[in-house]
Design a protein around this ligand. Structure first.
Ligand SMILES: Cc1cc2nc3c(=O)[nH]c(=O)nc-3n(C[C@H](O)[C@H](O)[C@H](O)COP(=O)(O)OP(=O)(O)OC[C@H]3O[C@@H](n4cnc5c(N)ncnc54)[C@H](O)[C@@H]3O)c2cc1C
Length: 383
């Protein structure tokens, strides 16, 4: 058993850390305030090889694996959780799903462009009336002989308004329930019957575009089907396993940023004639953050390592996602407390970390949904 990152992984972590501090940090606070997304930054991330880790070389990737990718993703999210999202939107969501379930033609046509970020990606599951209950979605795809017609609205879709391509889930046969759902890989930009609107009312992640995708009698060729007709639910669950663990890595990054900021501030701020870091209650908060972050990171690394071994560690992924999300929210909350009134100010970074951290308890399956999955395994109801 090896509990240390090897030299290669450490080099990738340092590369991502330096890149984030040099390229993302200088503009992130101003961009967050102005809700500005920089696609050129995503392309620069691609040039560093950030998105190719889960993709083999024949499709433009590096094949270094999920663990290496998440080690880099954590570093990016430490500086900006908004820019941690493209790891999912480019490859861990759409490209990796195509790699596993797509045709050779789909893989060759779309994966390299997602790795290089020449094409922006997304995945569209959630609808206005269905989030956790994926099978309750209403979107339909009707077989018209040589094409399908898509009708429905997807909401809270990361990258909705900037994505060129993406995975879209819809019912081809509602009567068959889960087995009547199909996954499509669709070209979104400028396609007739497809449009998008931005969601401008978010609590956080202001550098990350989020919006609605509207499909109104949208014709898509039959070649857009991913896997078999009726495999959509199965594909969606497989996709969520991968995107979920990436979310967990981003949560660890945010928790670490909250700890780093807290340590710095606690060692600078004076109260009652001493540094606040000399107070035992502050020390307790710092200690809890340090332990929980370490535990969350180990859970993320273990689940990623199992993925790299070719296993399907759904339980381990849910454990990592649940614990990392809760750790991020608690760590960011502690940071706000340690900063006192400055923690309540948008002049300091911890307020943003607190807002951004809440997303981890919601996206890729809420904390309640993770607990349902974990307890299902613990109670022997799931295998
Ligand atoms: C910033 C952001 C980005 C997102 N990006 C994407 C994206 O790219 N693609 C995409 O498809 N979606 C995306 N989403 C949507 C996200 O995946 C959903 O919001 C999430 O799955 C929860 O669904 P919901 O909001 O409909 O909540 P609901 O499912 O309505 O849940 C409401 C509450 O009920 C609880 N609940 C529901 N069912 C149960 C149950 N069985 N047991 C116990 N409690 C339960 C939930 O935990 C939650 O607390 C994004 C959301 C956000 C906030």
């Amino acid at each position: 058993m090896e509990f240390q990152l090897g030299e290669e992984l450490l080099a990738m972590r340092d590369l991502a850390r330096k890149f984030s501090e040099k390229e993302i940090a200088p503009t992130v606070e101003a961009d967050e305030k102005e809700h500005r997304f920089r696609p050129e930054l995503v392309r620069k991330m691609a040039e560093q090889g950030f998105f190719g880790g889960v993709i083999p070389e024949e499709y433009g990737g590096t094949g270094v694996g999920m663990l290496a990718t998440l080690v880099m993703c954590e570093e990016v999210a430490r500086v900006s959780p908004s820019y941690g999202l493209p790891f999912n939107m480019q490859t861990i969501g759409p490209a990796l799903t195509l790699l596993r379930f797509g045709t050779e033609e789909q893989k060759k046509k779309y994966i390299p462009g997602l790795v290089s970020a020449e094409k922006m990606g997304c995945f569209a599951i959630t609808e206005p009336n269905s989030g956790s209950d994926v099978a309750a979605m209403r979107m339909t795809a009707v077989d018209k002989g040589d094409h399908y017609v898509l009708n429905g609205t997807k909401t809270w879709i990361s990258n909705a308004q900037v994505a060129d391509v993406g995975l879209v889930y819809a019912y081809t046969d509602r009567e068959k329930k889960h087995k009547g759902m199909t996954c499509f890989f669709v070209e979104l930009k400028g396609a007739p019957g497809m449009s998008s609107t931005a969601i401008e009312t978010k609590l956080g992640l202001h550098c990350a575009p989020t919006g609605e995708l509207i499909f109104d009698e949208a014709r898509v060729p039959k070649s857009t089907v991913v896997g078999q007709v009726g495999d959509g639910f199965k594909i969606c669950m497989a996709q969520l396993d991968n995107t979920r663990i990436c979310c967990a890595a981003r949560a660890v990054g945010v928790a670490q940023a909250a700890l780093d900021a807290s340590v710095k501030y606690a060692n600078e701020r004076d109260a009652f004639g001493q540094k606040i870091s000399d107070f035992q209650m502050i020390q307790e908060q710092i200690a809890e953050m340090a332990v929980e972050i370490e535990a969350a990171r180990l859970l993320v690394h273990r689940a990623a390592w199992l993925i790299d071994k070719g296993e399907k560690p759904t339980k381990d992924i849910s454990m990592a996602k649940y614990f990392a999300a809760e750790t991020a929210v608690k760590a960011a909350g502690n940071a706000v407390k340690i900063y006192g009134s400055y923690g309540f100010s948008s002049e300091y970074p911890v307020e943003r970390l607190y807002r951004d951290s809440k997303s981890f308890q919601i996206v890729e399956g809420t904390s309640n949904i993770q607990k349902l999955i974990i307890s299902g395994f613990a109670l022997g109801k799931r295998k």
